[in-house]
Design a protein around this ligand. Structure first.
Ligand code: SF4
Length: 326
């Protein structure tokens, strides 16, 4: 079977030329209360919605090359790769569902989180008005859509997590988390008699296999499974989401969990669910695991499922205030 090449995205010079950030824009990090991240976060969203991270593209290509020529799995992966190229060429959303917009901001002492959150909300509003984001935020009971991705209470959407750190730089990571894949996330409380899972890694493995089996093609396989072991019901899910920011192919810092992740990818890819549930060898692209501390009485396994359209990006302002996107 001829190997499928890695699609070439538009050169970075072209991406830069379309940036909403003025050339040579930089922030003055010496005046943190005057900081305005609205424009760089708008640019972050523009890139996130249309340009797939390189590690995801490479994982899709590697999977495509394992599937039989002419199979539904190979054809589906080909379509995904073509979609990636078209979205990048046209600066158009990679998927019609641009997801729940989730941010993680890491900043030095002195920055106003209230100001940064308002700027992030302004950037999301702007990206929505430019159709880079679909208006995905609706009132739960009425379904009413304000049309601008703004939760009027400033709590539910966009989601913004903050962390103060000792470094002078600022980092803003973003993830667009699709609704379909969010629906097939799962949380288990061990021991779980129904699936025969005890409070150990073998039990965690059973949880992940159960979640993927129940999801079948829903959630838009091939997925990335991120698994937080421990924590409580909230922190476990929060951690599992954050884990999706880790690039595929980056080894887990814990050798035991690294081996566990690799084995689990191999095992899940024998389930035969395949891309979009059409069968094949590619049910998942990766598994990401982290262990947390927990209450002695509780043992939660929180699993987030990220679809193949795994959109994420990071804006970094270096100590001199210069932006880069990684
Ligand atoms: S789960 Fe992902 S790929 Fe599927 S529709 Fe939602 S955002 Fe798109």
């Amino acid at each position: 079977m001829p190997a499928c090449p890695i699609p070439e995205l538009t050169p970075m010079a072209t991406v830069e030329a379309k940036s909403v950030l003025p050339k040579d824009w930089k922030a003055d990090l010496g005046a943190p209360l005057a900081l305005d991240l609205t424009l760089p976060v708008t640019e972050l969203l523009r890139r996130s919605t249309s340009r797939m991270p390189q590690d995801i593209i490479e994982a899709l290509v590697a999977s495509r090359n394992l599937e039989a020529e002419g199979s539904r799995a190979a054809n589906t992966l080909d379509t995904m790769l073509e979609n990636i190229k078209l979205a990048d060429d046209h600066v158009a959303p990679l998927c019609q569902d641009t997801g729940t917009v989730i941010f993680w901001v890491r900043h030095p002492f002195g920055v106003s989180q209230r100001q940064i959150k308002a700027q992030i909300r302004a950037a999301v509003r702007e990206a929505t008005s430019r159709s880079w984001l679909r208006p995905n935020c609706v009132a739960s009971l009425s379904g009413k859509n304000p049309g601008n991705n703004m939760d009027p209470f400033g709590e539910g959407h966009p989601v913004v997590h903050f962390e103060e750190w000792d470094q002078p730089e600022i980092e803003v990571a973003v993830m667009l988390k699709g609704g379909g894949c969010e629906n097939v996330g799962a949380q288990y409380r061990l021991p779980d008699v129904a699936i025969g899972a005890g409070r150990d890694l073998a039990g965690v493995r059973k949880c992940v296999i159960d979640a993927v089996t129940k999801a079948q093609g829903q959630g838009c396989a091939p997925g990335i499974l991120s698994v937080a072991i421990g924590g409580d019901r909230i922190t476990g899910y929060e951690k599992s989401k954050e884990l999706i920011l880790r690039k595929l192919g980056t080894p887990n810092a814990d050798p035991k969990l690294d081996a566990f992740e690799r084995q689990l990818v191999a095992d899940l890819n024998t389930l035969g669910i395949g891309p979009m549930g059409y069968g094949g060898k590619t049910t998942v692209l990766g598994v990401l695991v982290e262990e947390m501390f927990r209450h002695p009485a509780s043992f939660f396994v929180s699993i987030s499922y990220m679809c193949w359209s795994s959109r994420r990006n990071v804006l970094r302002l270096d100590a001199a205030g210069r932006p880069s996107f990684i």
